[in-house]
Ligand binder design. Sequence first.
Ligand SMILES: [Cu+2]
Length: 148
Amino acid sequence: MLKKSLVFMLFAVLSASAFAVQAKTVEIEGKNSLRFSEEAISAKPGEEITIKLTNNSKLPAAAMAHNWVLLKADADAQKIDEAAAKAKSNDYIPSDMSDQIIAHTGLVGGGESDTVTFKAPTEPGEYTYICTFPGHFAAGMKGTLTVK
Ligand SMILES: [Cu+2]
């Protein structure tokens, strides 16, 4: 009886770790050059995906912080970026445009990282992600999530 429950427990632990491996994590670095280290990522429709954004900058957060903001397919990145610049108190996330945002990390300063877990859109297509720290998107801090 005892042996049976031990076997069952071992099985449960192994299944749990196998599941943990399956969850997809993409590590992205926000760089001082105002680029994401990964500018193209892909996912299956509806796939659960975790983005881990890291900022290895030595600069103060007020000068060089980053976030990772995934936009809906029909979102206007330019307009969101403009609104974000005025949303400093909300870590540069324009709350009145949240209906155009699928998911986002928090703002990370040098030496920090943050993660966000979400389900990829079920509609295949290309989805833009941007950094909304002022000036970064305009300088090219963006990338594409391809759902296929
Ligand atoms: Cu940035």
